[in-house]
Unconditional design. Structure first.
Length: 51
């Protein structure tokens, strides 16, 4: 049987990273998919880094 993820977080803004931190503290091994900027480039930090 294929492995399944317990927690998947879509987005790498402040809320996404906070959710990942709390999930990791709970030993849930989160998987984070970072979002893309308007130009299509990957931007770590999400909207926080664009403002």
């Amino acid at each position: 049987m294929a492995d399944t993820e317990k927690v998947v977080i879509i987005g790498s803004g402040p809320a996404g990273w906070t959710a990942a931190i709390y999930a990791a503290r709970a030993n849930l091994d989160p998987l984070v998919f970072p979002g893309k900027a308007a130009g299509g480039d990957l931007v770590p930090g999400g909207q926080l880094m664009l403002t």
